[in-house]
Design a protein around this ligand. Structure first.
Ligand code: ACM
Length: 721
């Protein structure tokens, strides 16, 4: 790093270390602090077990990275890293806790100061990101030395609510997945784990008061498989008992307590979500008496917006919710309690004479009014337990108490509207990781953008109009608490969960922590590439996927290369192509492909850069841009010849054949342009036709992210004519 990359504030030199989220204030200085076996930490202020545990985890990762052994780790005098906390802070983190810290790295030692332990944990993560390998070129040494650049960092988050929502209901995510994701979250300063615990396809938490609720979702290895649970299940709803069909596992209360404790250790809140009154087929499987329609009700195996919904007019519904929410309110210490509230299509409410009569009696003109009435009851119930209601943006209604939090998912407009109407809000529109959008798209979505609203992905999906965000007063803007990256798991199981979330969630983490002005996309990708690697230290398995079950090592290698050239189709187009439900094996090309393929996007960038070169330089640079094509073509040729016993495998092979043709076409176009600056007319026409066909998804439900760049190349060659 250059001495006078000594940039103040949020600006940074391109060679600056890959800090992410970028801190609020960074001031580089000359020199560096070497990291050697003598590295010691001295605790100069408040000292407690949580701080020691955090330092322990940081040093474990540092030892692994540097292959050093720090021995005793702590010093009572001197010390390489001096940590001074003023106080313990909240043992169980709360919204708005101070997470600030200052970190000063000098060539002799470093100093980390914070008002509380959580601030110190945030600062430790920054310190870990500062430590980089230095290769001594002069000595041609292959062993790196490690050092942290000298710097003064004063840091604090822009938003207090920075979450990751994990849907454990569709595909169960066991405790080990959740725990390692906590570590990855902490590494990028996310501070809320939102657990989506119940849905149509599963009821994933143990209830001691109502063991029958999870019983219908449990399998042979879980608590719900006990004789007692099976009996309860059978008695509650015989139609829910379908041998060989189970929705997987359930989190026990002990596991939840351990998770909350681990989260608190890392300065992370845990917010539970029990989605009501819709998305409740798994409730109705054991409690058909609270359904709006007669049934039969069985835990769903297919995805989508189902008709099943609780009947909010029944005393039995309120009694069950009062009892179960009471139990859960005691289990989860956080002040916020998410009740979902999304996607009730209203069909069953419209069809019920009982519900129609209730609405008439109460003067509730619409289903929205009935939903709002229901939410008011829930808000009162939760308030009795000291909880504030959080709901997806469908809950936004003038009658909702102003203590409620609106969670925007259909578009950012509801966040602004909520803030204007006096509600706190959080943003997930633009942060849906399961839509397979690139990190840059998530990065562009800002809970409080300047001027126009960020791209409302979900609204776009629903065909809604994009509208400018109204300007908020400072008081209204202060109600915008932050946001959450959201990972719905219809198409992600425990084995590929990490692969879908990381590293793209880091772009969201930065958007929520760093100043708004930090938004250089190229620099974000530069830093994301390094954080992607560092995240491995936290235990997340995002680089371990894919599994390629049932393939030889050689075929798996070819499939891996093919997968690197494609991405899953965006938004929710996959289910339109591949009809799959809870039993879908998630072992197809769309599962092996990263949501954002680095090789494919780098190839596209290279193509564009090459296209802008002066004619004389194009030929010299030709081999560099052709290079990935040879590898893709070879792998795709191999895959195209593999047996294709299923429709999806046939789609995979068709994708491979298309890649072969695309590689050939790209090669032809590149060579033609390099040689005489143009592409023969009939060849260009053929190429255009081919690109058009390649843009249509195959049964493999993937797309080629570099197609637009290839189109630009062909168009440029034609213009040159
Ligand atoms: C949602 O995606 N239905 C909240």
């Amino acid at each position: 790093m250059s001495a006078c990359a000594a940039s103040l504030g949020i600006s940074f030199a391109s060679a600056a270390p890959a800090l992410m989220p970028w801190p609020a204030h960074v001031e580089w200085h000359e020199g560096e602090l070497p990291i050697a076996a003598e590295f010691r930490v001295r605790i100069a202020g408040h000292d407690d077990a949580r701080l020691r545990a955090g330092i322990g985890r940081a040093l474990d990762r540092l030892e692994k990275r540097t292959e050093l052994n720090f021995g005793p780790r702590y010093a009572t005098e001197g010390g390489t890293l001096v940590v001074t906390c003023a106080a313990a802070g909240s043992a169980i983190p709360r919204l708005g806790d101070d997470e600030s810290y200052t970190l000063e790295v000098r060539s002799g030692s470093a100093e980390l100061r914070s008002p509380n332990v959580v601030g110190a944990l945030r600062g430790l993560e920054t310190f870990l990101q500062l430590v980089e390998a230095r290769f001594d070129v002069a000595q041609a040494s292959r062993l790196p030395a490690f050092a942290a650049g000298c710097v003064v960092i004063r840091d604090a988050p822009r938003f207090p609510w920075r979450g990751l929502m994990i849907d454990v209901a569709r595909h169960f995510q066991p405790p080990e997945v959740l725990h390692r994701n906590l570590d990855a979250m902490a590494a990028v300063k996310l501070n809320v784990l939102h657990l989506h615990l119940t849905d149509d396809q599963g009821f994933r938490i143990e209830s001691k008061r109502h063991p029958e609720l999870p019983a219908v979702s449990a399998d042979g290895a879980s608590i719900g498989a006990s004789e007692e649970a099976r009996d309860l299940r059978a008695r509650a709803n015989p139609s829910a008992e379908r041998p060989g069909h189970h929705s997987g596992d359930v989190l026990t209360q002990e596991q939840i307590k351990a998770l909350i404790a681990a989260a608190a250790e890392r300065g992370i809140r845990v917010v539970p979500e029990f989605d009501v009154p819709g998305h409740t087929t798994a409730w109705l499987a054991s409690h058909p008496e609270i359904a709006s329609a007669p049934g039969p009700h069985a835990v769903a195996r297919r995805w989508g917006v189902l008709d099943d919904v609780m009947d909010p007019t029944l005393p039995e519904t309120h009694a069950l919710l009062e009892s179960f929410f009471g139990e859960m309110a005691a289990l989860f210490p956080d002040e916020f309690f998410h009740i979902g509230g999304d996607e009730n299509n209203g069909k069953q409410w419209n069809a019920s004479a009982r519900i129609a009569a209730f609405k008439r009696e109460r003067g509730l003109a619409t289903n929205e009014a009935l939903h709002a009435w229901f939410n008011q009851q829930l808000a009162v119930l939760l308030a009795q337990h000291g909880k504030r209601l959080v709901g997806w943006d469908e809950v936004l209604h003038p009658d909702l108490p102003r203590s409620a939090v609106v969670h925007s998912w259909r578009g950012p407009e509801s966040l602004a509207r909520a803030a204007q109407e006096g509600f706190a809000g959080i943003l997930s529109a633009g942060y849906y990781l399961d839509l397979h959008y690139p990190a840059a798209d998530h990065y562009a979505a800002d809970p409080l953008p300047e001027g126009r609203a960020a791209t409302p992905l979900a609204a776009e999906r629903d065909g809604a109009e994009r509208s400018p965000r109204p300007t908020l007063t400072p008081e209204q803007a202060a109600r915008v608490l932050g946001g959450e990256a959201a990972m719905w798991t219809e198409w992600a199981d425990a084995q590929n969960f990490d692969f879908r979330v990381w590293p793209r969630a880091v772009a969201v983490a930065e958007r929520l922590w760093s100043p708004r002005e930090v938004r250089d996309v190229a620099d974000m990708y530069r830093r994301l590439a390094r954080v992607d690697e560092l995240l491995v230290e936290t235990g997340v398995q995002h680089r371990a996927w894919p599994r390629f079950e049932g393939f030889s090592a050689e075929d798996a290698t070819a499939l891996r290369v093919l997968a690197s050239a494609v991405e899953p189709v965006k938004r929710y187009r996959r289910p339109q192509i591949q009809k799959g439900g809870a039993d879908f094996p998630l072992n197809e090309l769309a599962d092996w492909a990263h949501s954002e393929s680095r090789p494919a996007r780098e190839f596209a960038e290279r193509l564009d850069r090459w296209g802008e070169l002066p004619a004389a330089e194009k030929r010299a640079a030709l081999d560099g841009v052709l290079a990935p094509l040879a590898a893709w073509r070879a792998a795709a040729t191999q895959v195209a010849a593999m047996p294709a016993p299923t429709e999806f495998a046939a789609g995979r092979n068709e994708t491979a054949r298309r890649l072969v043709t695309l590689c050939e076409t790209a090669g032809k176009a590149l060579r033609a342009v390099a040689n005489d600056g143009r592409f023969a007319a009939e060849e260009a026409a053929q190429a255009r036709e081919l690109l058009k066909r390649a843009a249509q998804p195959t049964a493999a439900a993937v797309e080629f992210p570099f197609l637009p760049a290839l189109e630009r190349l062909v168009a440029a060659a034609e213009v040159a004519r």
